[in-house]
Ligand binder design. Structure first.
Ligand SMILES: [Zn+2]
Length: 310
């Protein structure tokens, strides 16, 4: 059966036709556009691009989106990374533009990604695991006894520092303000402004506001002390988040996904050390911490399998 899966993120919008036959799936066609400053227009062009010259029998439609959704109405209630889509009824959008269907699901993107990993990725071999999505922000999804928990799982917004930075969600010291890509970049830019010595201040002809997470990791590999310290500190924050989650769920595995896992040997290693230092030994001793398999496609595959189950 052919399912239309749409994954709306802060950076990219991906639309795909996912063909599911029994336990196996195939992404038949995929269109990716940047979310940009007009996310609704980007969504339209992504879906139009997908449907253009496409002949298929659409069984169902699923949307995974970075934010808090009302699953009954299809309205995106809150999305710190895509505020321009807040209040939009995505179910109506699907009915008007793609197909008027009862087989429709909308789900938080990290939850969908966790389900994708459970069915077809790194989560297949575990009954219980927690997925952390580590990018511009930090999201999460929890699978227990092979079922996706129907909870927000906003693990990026657990507060890990009482005196920490203000977070756009309204809380202070959220994991996301310490360990996300934007937190890492903000800290590096701030330290350079305060006169820190680093090879990164020469990047982009001195226009260091353009520095991205990859630049920071590359500089760390070249031995830059500031880059290494920032990545290690962010990893430590992530480790606190992992320890908290392990103490609550005692999962078989913690699966990490998102752009930041490219810095595994510094950022994640530091997180693993910190998690073991903080979590209760009896709870973390058997927990494996490992990278995702599906990567960027996890949300598309997860939402396709979720809507197939209707
Ligand atoms: Zn927050």
């Amino acid at each position: 059966m052919d399912i239309i899966a749409i994954d709306i993120g802060g950076t990219n919008i991906r639309s795909a036709i996912v063909r599911i036959e029994g336990d196996s799936y195939e992404i038949v066609k995929k269109v990716k556009v940047q979310t940009g400053q007009s996310p609704l227009e980007s969504l339209v062009s992504s879906v139009d691009g997908l449907l253009y010259k496409t002949v298929c029998d659409i069984y169902a439609v699923g949307i995974s989106v970075a934010g808090i959704v009302d699953k009954h109405t299809g309205i995106l209630l809150k999305s710190p990374n895509i505020p321009k889509l807040e209040g939009i009824n995505l179910r109506d959008f699907v009915s008007e533009r793609i197909k008027d269907t009862d087989r429709f699901i909308i789900e938080n993107d990290a939850n969908a990604a966790a389900y994708g990993e459970a069915i077809a990725g790194a989560g297949r071999e575990f009954d219980d695991f927690v997925l952390f999505t580590l990018g511009t922000g930090i999201g999460g999804g929890v699978v227990l006894e092979r079922k996706l928990l129907n909870i927000p799982a906003e693990i990026g917004h657990m507060s890990i520092n009482n005196e920490g930075l203000q977070c756009p969600c309204g809380n202070v010291g959220c994991l996301e303000t310490v360990a996300s890509a934007s937190a890492i970049i903000n800290r590096v830019v701030g330290e350079i402004q305060n006169g820190a010595e680093t090879i990164m201040k020469r990047l982009y002809n001195g226009n260091f506001y353009k520095i991205n997470a990859q630049d920071i990791y590359n500089s760390a590999l070249e031995g830059d002390l500031l880059a290494r310290n920032v990545l290690r500190d962010a990893g430590k924050g992530l480790g606190i988040g992992i320890a908290n989650v392990v103490n609550i769920f005692m999962p078989d595995a913690v699966i990490l996904t998102g752009g930041l896992i490219g810095a595994w040997n510094i950022y994640v290693d530091s997180a693993i050390k910190e998690a073991h230092r903080r979590a209760m030994k009896e709870l973390i001793s058997k927990t494996r911490i490992l990278p995702s398999i599906l990567g960027d496609d996890a949300g598309l595959i997860g939402i396709a399998y979720l809507v197939k189950g209707l």
